[in-house]
Write a protein of this length. Sequence first.
Length: 291
Amino acid sequence: MIMRVNGIIIKGIGGFYYVKASHNVYECKARGVFRKEGVTPTIGDRVTVEADGEKGSIVEIMPRTSYLLRPPVANIDTMLIVIAAAEPSPNLAVADKMLVNAEISGIKPAVCINKTDLAESDEIKDAYVKAGYEVIEVSAEKNEGIDTLRTFLKGKSTAFAGLSGVGKSSLLSLITDDDLETGAVSEKIRRGRHTTRHVELFELADGGYVMDTPGFSQLEVEGIRAEDLQRYFPEMADCDGKCRFRGCAHINEPDCAVKDKLADGKIASSRYESYCELYEKLKQTKEWLIK
Ligand SMILES: Nc1nc2c(ncn2[C@@H]2O[C@H](COP(=O)(O)OP(=O)(O)O)[C@@H](O)[C@H]2O)c(=O)[nH]1
Ligand SMILES: [Mg+2]
Ligand SMILES: [Zn+2]
């Protein structure tokens, strides 16, 4: 008997889409009509399936609230940028690049500082709180802050991003009770179960979804003009129109509201350095590469 059910695509492997609908997962093909319309079903898509037993066919894709291109995933609400307090030592330039890329994608970012058992993290926290971001401090190793993290994740779709080794897999397995690959898992299990690097959404017991985003930390900031970069630094928003020069880049100009805020300690110097670095890189981008 064929039934119509609504669900969410949690993974795609070998031309099949796996759609989670209440307590079932349906192995689905997509109707050819999507190809004609130029739409590719993507992980995170909310879809309608015509199901026959455990197999099904995706017949409708709901409009997306967000779309991340790399890795491709739809309807992510939040991007959680994971930084380790130590091991590896924090790379705030990379964290800021990821924050800008999340902002450009229209996905609300937040910061998670892991490995607080290894080093103190006040300074990092301070930089991002000043920027206006929510900051969650945790230790996957000591199981600290995990309840706060669970509360934060409840009821929304969150993508975890961060450099390799910061503890994304450790955190994801703690909150999903799934046996994900972590640096600590034995080589045998790793080879047996996690040889493919596919992206997958995991449902949380309290409602909501989480996923890892391999490769996201490597993405450069591109597709925007250097002049527009300040829009993606929330702590600069209230400086808009307050500098002496119109179109102030906040780098070499005198009487600059951003530099005043920096001097007052209301913008972290690490954040300002990231801004300057990204601005210079974008300045060198050829105009015709900008969307
Ligand atoms: N000391 C400490 N080690 C951690 C913590 N979280 C993860 N690790 C370790 O850091 C390594 C990398 O973790 P993993 O979850 O694989 O990082 P990923 O590359 O971001 O997925 C592993 O050896 C983990 O056991 C933590 O909170 N404290
Ligand atoms: Mg990992
Ligand atoms: Zn300025």
